[in-house]
Write a protein that binds this ligand. Structure first.
Ligand code: TRP
Length: 457
């Protein structure tokens, strides 16, 4: 049952697929999450595990998702169903798609709250709040925001309404235009920020922190966090790449596009780290500040640098757009599934998913104030209650689990011929290497990391 076009539409070219996939992968994960995770988990060794996870687990699974999606041209739930049926395997594989829909909803519920922070900071940038800001004042500014549930709710609502508006217009008209021009500017801004951070005199120290591995700092939990982040930042394990693959025209090669996307995403994260960590050190801020790290640090830099007023506005504007294109992708699998299986019109499906994400988001909003609590997870202290819980549940558990199931399904259920058909048609060296990775290396790595955290190894 190999169709040529998905009922939801098709990308107009390969370049558009790459842009949309980049729009999905580049987001808060690179600029907000990566620096704070690197700060919390001790730097170098964590970064190394993250890079290895991208190469050995992320890239093979991304290729698998795109290939499966293009073969079945349906939402993740129905893609697994159809492909399992094709191979005479169990219907239960559709649960992998189902887990993906759930993960997407959970993630977008907190993603939208953080995206709301970028809007609040955009307003602050316009208002000139950062001029001459000290680091203590900056920390207080962040706390003021996150401990005010009403303000967070307002921004969360604004953000989700925007996402639903873009989504209801469909993938093509909605996403294509946003991504084309904004992503290159985002890279430029990151490079300029790194150059600015260079002048603080802490670049050497920051560089060492990020790239000189100290394996003593590596705990089973930080290995899990590093792998989980590879899934999060590459938008894997919940069917986003699968559904974007389902809109990909036949005959376009997958491998090179996927490698390009993964490399760009990684470069963006490393640039963000190289900008943020030296600035954290130069301003005497704590590296383990958690989700507030970037919001504590960058406004101080914008307040001090020449032209920082405009630069700050541009930065938060772009971060907002990067978050928008990622949030769109997080909701696309559930919307496509509602349209296919419940026969809902696209707009209605988008509104329903939006309402669900909005309600769930309240849990995250209150995590920073009235519902905040501390807990220990495998030896790490977590101070943001439900938000941390949701983050561990999704990045540490659901996404790797979805990825593991996808790898097993691809490597052991779908026939080699069908995969080869999607991935260039030949038994090339590249194909054989990929097949080895998806069949053995990626699933085993995920399982070992899970067992390591549970304490079995
Ligand atoms: N990758 C995005 C980021 O780094 C977030 C994201 C979009 C995502 N789609 C996803 C994360 C799917 C996990 C799964 O900001």
């Amino acid at each position: 049952m190999s169709r040529n076009v998905s009922v939801h539409g098709q990308w107009s070219s390969k370049a558009i697929f790459i842009l949309a996939a980049l729009g999905s992968t580049l987001g808060l994960g690179n600029i907000w999450k990566f620096p704070y995770l690197a700060g919390e988990n001790g730097g170098g060794a964590f970064v190394l595990v993250y890079l290895l996870s991208v190469a050995l687990i992320g890239i093979p699974i991304m290729m698998a998702e795109v290939a499966l999606g293009r073969r079945a041209r349906q939402s993740p739930v129905n893609t697994f169903d159809t492909l399992a049926w094709e191979q005479g395997a169990s219907h239960q594989w559709r649960m992998v798609g189902g887990i993906g829909v759930l993960s997407g909803l959970l993630i977008v519920s907190f993603y939208s709250v953080v995206a709301g922070w970028t809007l609040a900071y955009l307003v602050r940038a316009v208002a000139g709040t950062f001029a001459g800001l000290g680091s203590g004042e900056s920390e207080r500014l962040f706390l003021d925001l996150v401990t005010d549930p009403e303000r967070l709710l307002a921004w969360h609502t604004v953000f989700l309404v925007l996402v639903v508006m873009v989504l209801s217009r469909g993938v093509r008209s909605g996403i294509e235009k946003l991504v084309r021009y904004l992503m290159p500017v985002l890279f430029l801004i990151l490079v300029l920020l790194v150059i600015y951070a260079w002048q603080t005199g802490k670049m050497g120290e920051g560089f060492n922190y990020l790239f000189a591995p100290d394996f003593q700092k590596l705990t089973p939990t930080s290995v899990l966090v590093a792998m989980g982040h590879a899934f999060f930042t590459l938008s894997l394990g919940m069917g986003v790449m699968l559904i974007y693959g389902s809109y990909l025209p036949s005959g376009v090669s997958i491998a090179r596009g996927v490698c390009f996307i993964a490399v760009m995403d990684t470069v963006a994260a490393l640039l963000a780290g190289l900008a943020v960590i030296p600035l954290v050190l130069a301003n005497g801020l704590p590296l383990a500040a958690g989700p507030g790290l970037v919001f504590d640090t960058l406004p101080v830099a914008f307040g001090a640098m020449p032209g920082g007023y405009w630069f700050g506005i541009l930065f938060f504007l772009l971060l907002f757009f990067a978050a928008l294109t990622s949030a769109i992708s997080l909701m696309e699998p559930s919307i496509a599934w509602l349209v296919e299986s419940m026969d809902l019109p696209r707009l209605r499906a988008a509104i329903w998913v939006g309402i669900l994400a909005w309600s769930l988001g309240i849990v995250t909003i209150l995590s920073f104030s009235s519902w905040s609590f501390d807990f220990h997870f495998a030896g790490q202290l977590k101070t943001n209650g439900w938000y941390d819980g949701l983050d561990i549940l999704t990045s540490g558990f659901l996404l790797p689990l979805g990825g593991l199931a996808t790898a097993l399904f691809t490597g052991w259920v779908v026939s080699r011929e069908r995969l080869r058909e999607q991935l260039g048609g030949e038994e090339s060296l590249g194909f054989r290497l990929w097949y080895l990775l998806i069949r053995y290396v990626s699933p085993m790595a995920v399982v070992l990391i899970f067992l390591n955290v549970v304490g079995v190894l």
